[in-house]
Design a protein around this ligand. Sequence first.
Ligand SMILES: [Zn+2]
Length: 117
Amino acid sequence: MFSFHKPKVYRSTQGCCICKAKSSSSRFTDSKKYETDFIECFQLAAPRKGEICNACVLLVKRFKRLPPGSERHWGHVVDARVGPGLKSMTKFKKRKEESLQQQKELKPVRPPKMTNT
Ligand SMILES: [Zn+2]
């Protein structure tokens, strides 16, 4: 069944071109603005383009503010979230439990009370 509603999750059909996340709590952006920094920031072997998730955008921005000569990079993020969408969603859920407040719109599914038997 694919009919669950998650108002605060954005989806991308191709996924983020860096970490491959297909859903994110923030918008996916066209990677054009950031492509020139991808290679160094994520230590890519080849250029990538497409959509980029907000988490990766933040990393690129952080990368740009690194002091000159810094060797810091975020290569470990590349393809970190690759995999079948649904399975990685379960991993995702665990993390989300911490931020339950954001999910108040999602009512827990409870079986109906059996009072009328
Ligand atoms: Zn990403």
